[in-house]
Write a protein that binds this ligand. Structure first.
Ligand code: PLP
Length: 382
């Protein structure tokens, strides 16, 4: 089954599985235990922490392992808000993942003020608009490194720099970027950075929140005081070991792999646009992740496209959500000002390690057939 949905999740790389295996058996002590089995487990966690620290340019003590991107985003924003007594303002972009956007909604119920800044029609957030929304009561700014639906990369370096000048905390969701693009904690964030393992060939259910040494957070989880008291609970040992190995593999092969994927992605877009000139690529003129292509054909239904492609053996996703029997464009496309009939038709193709030229060519042919069939059906149905 050709899998073209790597922004949803990736298969775990064989080297990662191999590295994890001993931690299910002979090295499966509790990392908090003082005996040999505990020390072996702790070594595994320490190694992953060092690996992530080296990749991101931070000290080991700045990394909190979590259960994934969702928890990291919740811990960052709730943790900061709780420290400020749920007072003040949070400035976020209008294209954040639900694990940031709905935290903001929850914080609003606790009394915080939220400002959402819309992207332009290419899906790019303007750093100037973000900073214009920052006022004296602003507790933090949160803008993702790149969007999961469109792949559009955001001007995080500029925002990080501006936040530093205004002495404002910058949180950034790097879940889609880690392992796909070079990432440096102090260049691209400087405040709090959320990561997840399963988007880069690691296991599901593990991630990290990286934070500047000057920042203090109120924990979400209280208990045994693991992760320096910032995230209690026995660590996901195998997951953390797998995360470190997957991150190192992804980052080591990054430049070559990303140029390979962007060539495949561009050839897919070219083939489809040549056969179907009405094809719209979302965020076409913006700087995008090499593996991501979001397309639409006004009048079609994204969910129906995804189901038809699935029947033909291909896994892709749609950005739309079905509410009360009618497909609605995604929140992201709405924020970009995309017309409803076009927005409803979006599908997202996200390539990965197992994508190659033959797969992309065959997929392009299938996609063209499917779009043509559905277009002629929708004409017949009026
Ligand atoms: N942030 C972004 C941008 C994502 O794409 C995702 C996953 O789809 C998440 C956060 C959530 O990460 P996790 O699945 O590890 O909770």
């Amino acid at each position: 089954m050709p899998y073209l949905d790597h922004n949803a999740t990736t298969p775990v790389r064989p080297e990662v599985i191999e590295a994890m295996l001993p931690y299910f058996s002979e090295k499966s002590g509790n990392p908090a235990s003082v005996h040999g089995a505990g020390r072996a487990a702790r070594d595994g966690i320490d190694r992953s922490r060092r690996t992530l620290g080296e990749i991101l340019g931070v000290h080991n003590s700045q990394i909190i392992f979590t259960s994934g991107g969702t928890e990291s985003n919740n811990l960052a924003l709730f943790g900061l808000a709780a420290k400020s007594g749920f007072k003040g303002r949070l400035v976020i972009s209008g294209i954040e993942h639900p694990s940031v956007d709905s935290v903001a909604t929850a914080l609003e119920k606790h009394g915080m003020r939220i400002t959402r800044v819309k992207p332009d029609s290419h899906g790019v957030i303007d750093a100037g608009k973000i900073m214009a929304a920052v006022d004296a009561e602003t507790v933090a700014v949160s803008v993702m490194q790149a969007n999961n639906e469109t792949g559009v990369i955001q001007p995080v370096e500029e925002i990080a720099h501006a936040c530093q000048n205004r002495r404002c905390v910058f949180h950034s969701d790097a879940v889609q970027v880690f392992g796909k693009k070079s990432l440096d904690f102090y260049r691209d964030c400087g405040g709090l950075l959320s990561l997840s393992a399963h988007k880069l060939g690691g296991p599901k259910g593990v991630g990290a929140l990286v934070l500047d040494k000057s920042l203090a957070l109120e924990p979400l989880l209280f208990g045994g005081g693991q992760e320096r008291g910032r995230r209690s609970g026995t660590e996901n040992l195998t997951g953390i070991v797998g995360f470190g190995v997957a991150a190192k593999l992804a980052v080591d092969g990054l430049a070559l792999e990303q140029s390979r994927l962007s060539a495949l992605r561009d050839s897919l877009a070219d083939q489809v646009k040549q056969a179907i000139p009405q094809t719209v690529v979302f965020g076409e003129n913006a700087n995008k992740l090499a593996n991501t292509l979001a397309m639409g054909w006004a009048g079609l239904d994204g969910e129906t496209l995804v189901m038809n492609l699935d029947l033909a053996g291909y896994s892709v996703s749609s950005g739309s959500a079905c509410s009360s029997g009618r497909t609605e464009p995604s929140r992201i496309l709405k924020a970009m000002g995309v017309d409803t009939a076009l927005g409803r038709s979006m599908i997202r193709v996200s390539l990965g390690l197992d994508s190659d030229a033959l797969m992309v060519q065959q997929f392009a042919a299938q996609l063209i057939r499917t779009v043509r069939q559905l277009t002629s059906m929708s004409r017949i149905m009026g």
